[in-house]
Design a protein around this ligand. Structure first.
Ligand SMILES: [Ca+2]
Ligand SMILES: [Ca+2]
Length: 377
């Protein structure tokens, strides 16, 4: 395919593409060293590998460290309140609820029988009193205190939860994730919902940091059973840790003309993205991103649950080097990388094939972890 069959000028000179490729090769090395999930080139020093996992004590929630208030008596926690989600708000009074520690669960009314993978610390009252009919919905609340510093520079929190059947998680009265679903609608707090006929399911989820406030925050979970005859119930919220997400597979390609360059990438966190670029710093290694040029990305979901983005840098001047990064405050940022536009050529068409080859080479996989941005020299 000829990218320039329409007669538009060739996008990059051969020299530019070579420089661009070299820059990206550098980026590949940095990126690959930052994550254990990509195959690192042999010449990357293992000392550069930084564990990504957050320390346990950074988790807002944990199985043994979080005390929950919970309601299991087949009553509607919202009563007649016109706002039936009032029970998920910080102001709601849950003093009359029971107190317990996860994992919560029951199998045919007993704390055992779910299997070794699903121990029960707090036995839930599975049946409506005097029956063998499942309580349809169990309600859980806990509070976490956060400081402004806890939230500063954190785009999101990632959680792990084990649930049977459907779990809906709320933060400060707003639904942030629904784990499990079925064809029915949820119209009441007390109703059957879900379609799990299996063991408890382990799910991960992401909560944007702007769901939280500095100060007290209330995290609530509604746990639904799929039917009056469901044999088991389970809930364990294992973790909720700050995550900076990952911006990966950054690929730079030729633009529509010499003044433009296209960049595509994936983010593990949802949200809009953009590319920022500025003239390469004069050896100081610092980039004034607040003053950088910016172009918004077109974004969409990719098959693996990540988000795909592509954007175009414009107004690139000849014989000029730029530092650029992609991402956003919400998805994290890539490591800064460099591109250099070479001198303009009027006869560049003869080198356009090589340019395209180089540009394709430049799209080789790059993986980088955002959140540890440091300027590259
Ligand atoms: Ca089940
Ligand atoms: Ca169940």
């Amino acid at each position: 395919m000829d990218l320039h069959a329409s007669g538009r000028p060739a996008a990059l000179t051969r020299a530019t593409a070579s420089t661009l490729t070299a820059s990206l090769v550098g980026a590949v090395l940095v990126a690959a060293s930052a994550t254990a999930t990509s195959a690192a080139p042999a010449d990357v020093a293992p000392a550069d590998v930084t564990p990504a996992a957050a320390a346990v004590d950074e988790s807002l929630l944990s199985t043994t460290g979080t005390t929950w208030r919970y309601l299991e008596d087949n009553t509607n926690p919202a009563g007649d309140d016109p706002d039936q989600k009032v029970w998920t708000t910080t102001a709601y009074d849950d003093a009359a609820w029971k107190t317990g520690v996860a994992p919560f669960g029951a199998k045919r009314g007993q704390p055992t029988g779910l299997g070794d993978a699903f121990p029960v610390t707090t036995l839930l009252t599975q049946y409506i009193p005097g029956t063998t009919t499942d309580v349809p919905t169990f309600f859980f609340r806990t509070d976490v205190d956060l400081t402004a510093a806890d939230l500063d520079g954190v785009p999101a929190f990632e959680g792990e939860i084990v649930h049977d059947d459907v779990a809906i998680v709320y933060v400060n009265g707003e639904e942030v994730v629904r784990l499990g679903d079925d064809g029915r609608e949820i119209t009441e707090n007390l109703q059957y919902f879900g379609n799990s006929r299996t063991d408890p399911v382990t799910s991960t989820f992401v909560v944007p940091a702007d769901a939280f406030d500095a100060g007290e925050n209330t995290i609530s979970v509604a746990l639904y059973q799929d039917a009056p005859t469901s044999s088991d119930i389970y809930l364990d919220v294992r973790s909720l840790v700050p995550t900076h997400g990952e911006v990966r597979d950054v690929a730079l390609t030729v633009g529509a003309d010499e003044t433009q360059a296209n960049v595509a990438w994936f983010s593990t966190l949802p949200g809009a993205g953009e590319v920022q670029w500025a003239r390469a710093a004069d050896g100081s290694g610092e980039v004034d991103w607040a003053g950088a040029a910016t172009s918004s990305a077109t974004s969409g979901a990719s098959a693996d649950g990540a988000t795909y983005h592509h954007a175009t840098m414009t107004g690139l001047e000849e014989s000029t080097s730029y530092t650029y990064r992609v991402g956003s405050a919400a998805t994290g940022w890539s490591e800064p990388a460099t591109l250099t536009r070479g001198p303009s050529r009027t006869s560049s068409r003869s080198s356009s094939s090589a340019t395209r080859r180089s540009a394709r080479a430049a799209t080789s996989r790059t993986t980088r972890r955002a959140g540890r941005s440091r300027s590259r020299r």
